[in-house]
Ligand binder design. Structure first.
Ligand code: HEM
Length: 469
């Protein structure tokens, strides 16, 4: 006769065995991958997070396309340039679904929508950005203003250094009321938010300030943001009502299949805030950190700026063509800092074949951008900061096909703000390096460059000095 505990053990073992066999049965339809454990899938092997180092190890064992199980949910990972390119261009239409198809998100706006709604919102967003001057001279002017304000701000904050005008404030000392270091670290990000986006979208400063603070400090992401929109709808609507963007949105109403409504509008704005603010600001933070770590590269950039355009030049995006070294450094900053390790998760819209494997409909597809930007088959020195990756033997700028920090594909889910971001990075970075030399504060010898894992990979908190040139 079996005791109660023996029955229990038998029951648990049978359950585990059934789960294990179920996994094995389901796995046969997917690309290979590490063995999933009952209930957890591969979560235990991954320490419950998708870390690029884990993915690298798994790709070595299972190849450039493999399956991970998040509990019972399979995700196909594309690793390295060829797999990512094949998945996101040759099969772009098939894997362009957002996670809505898996019922994980409410379908609204751009990032988390599909089909007609996504196309219409995305097309509207791109057209509106163009209308507002993105990619044109108008945006250059705005960015020049932003950059000039930033320079002025840095010049003014030299108060903390008693003896020297030359030592400008260490950046986190800008006016933060709280002492929480995370808030202090956010300061530069917020500062850049305000200056860039207030001007680009023509919205009153205090709105951007409060929204940025809310988004950033309260971790007001995704569903929280929609909650925010719904709860604060009246307030929000009254402010966007006066805005150019809202007006142009309303003008497009009247189409029988139109997806333009206030909730979509607000969610699109939130998407643009989230996707467009932290990314560029984080890249700029890496940019200055690398200039401090590689002073010889900083010096070379400054020499090029001085020789080609001079010290009082006001930069526009077109200037990049005359400044190949500076342009190469900015590209290398993006490649090396690699702030978004994995593209937005997508889902297969139908059964499809990818690199010889069958991918069933509604499977999550993760394109590992990090593995592309550090693909040893595509970069001469993937683990080194080397602007030479983007220069030919004569010092001319060269584009590299594996440079995909914005994703890939002319239309399908590739970053909507790529041009805007490129312009921002070029104009702000060049202006700052023309005006200042960045160094470590006195007494600081070492800098930690191990990124802080989050929605974007940020540098750890650091301090630097901006010395006027
Ligand atoms: C350095 C700056 C930036 C980087 C590295 C970056 C990178 C990316 C990446 C990797 C994706 C996912 C692409 C994919 O899944 O294939 C993305 C999507 C997106 N980005 Fe950016 N981005 C940047 C700046 C911006 C800016 C300035 C904006 C807007 C003003 C923006 C708006 C968006 C939107 C709306 C999406 C979702 C597109 C869709 O689902 O159709 N991004 N970005």
């Amino acid at each position: 006769m079996l005791t109660v505990s023996e029955v229990l053990v038998f029951f648990v073992v049978s359950l585990l065995l059934i789960e294990f066999l179920k996994f094995q049965w389901m796995r046969r339809r997917f690309p290979p991958g590490p063995t999933p454990y009952p209930f957890f899938g591969n979560l235990l092997q991954m320490n419950f997070k998708v870390h690029h180092e884990h993915l690298k190890k798994m790709a070595k064992i299972h190849g450039n396309i493999f399956t991970l199980w998040f509990s019972n949910t399979p995700a196909v990972v594309l690793q390295g340039f060829h797999a990512v390119k094949e998945g996101l261009t040759a099969h772009a239409e098939d894997v362009a679904g957002s996670l809505k198809v898996l019922n994980l998100h409410q379908e609204k706006s751009v990032m988390f929508s599909n089909g007609h709604l996504w196309k219409q919102q995305r097309r509207f967003g791109i057209a509106t950005m163009r209308k507002m001057g993105v990619g044109k001279k108008d945006q250059d002017y705005l960015l020049q203003e932003v950059a000039a304000d930033l320079v002025e701000y840095l010049q003014e904050t030299n108060g903390t250094a008693e003896s020297q005008k030359s030592v400008c404030a260490t950046w986190w000392k800008c006016e933060t009321p709280q002492q929480d270091h995370r808030i202090r670290n956010s300061c530069l990000v917020l500062y850049i938010y305000i200056y860039m986006y207030v001007k680009l979208y023509n919205i009153p400063v205090y709105i951007y300030w409060s929204l940025s603070v809310l988004l950033h400090l309260s971790k007001f992401y995704c569903h929280n943001a929609s909650y925010f929109c719904v709860e604060k709808k009246k307030w929000f609507t009254s402010f966007v009502h006066h805005n150019f963007l809202f007006n142009s949105y309303l003008q497009t109403k009247g189409d029988a299949h139109a997806t333009y409504d206030e909730v979509n509008l607000m969610q699109t704005l939130v998407d643009l805030f989230i996707a467009g603010t932290e990314t560029t600001a984080t890249t700029l933070m890496w940019a200055l950190l690398y200039m401090v770590i590689y002073p010889e590269i900083q010096e070379k950039v400054q020499k090029e700026l001085d020789a080609v355009v001079g010290c009082s030049h006001v930069f526009c995006y077109e200037d990049r063509k005359k400044l190949p070294y500076t342009n190469a450094v900015i590209h290398e900053i993006q490649r090396y800092s690699n702030i978004i390790l994995i593209a937005l998760p997508r889902a297969s819209m139908k059964d499809t074949d990818l690199m010889g494997y069958h991918i069933p409909k509604n499977t999550i597809v993760l394109a590992n951008i990090d593995s592309v930007l550090a693909d040893p088959e595509k970069w001469e020195t993937p683990d080194q900061f080397n602007p030479g990756h983007f220069l030919d033997e004569d010092g001319n700028f060269v584009n590299r096909e594996a440079f995909l920090p914005f994703g890939i594909g002319k239309w399908h889910r590739v970053c909507m703000g790529e041009l805007l971001a490129r312009m921002e990075l070029f104009v702000v970075f060049s202006t700052l390096l023309q005006a200042f030399t960045f160094t470590l504060p006195e007494g600081v010898k070492e800098v930690n460059t191990k990124f802080v894992f989050g929605s974007t990979m940020k540098p750890p908190p650091y301090q630097l000095c901006a010395i006027p040139r």
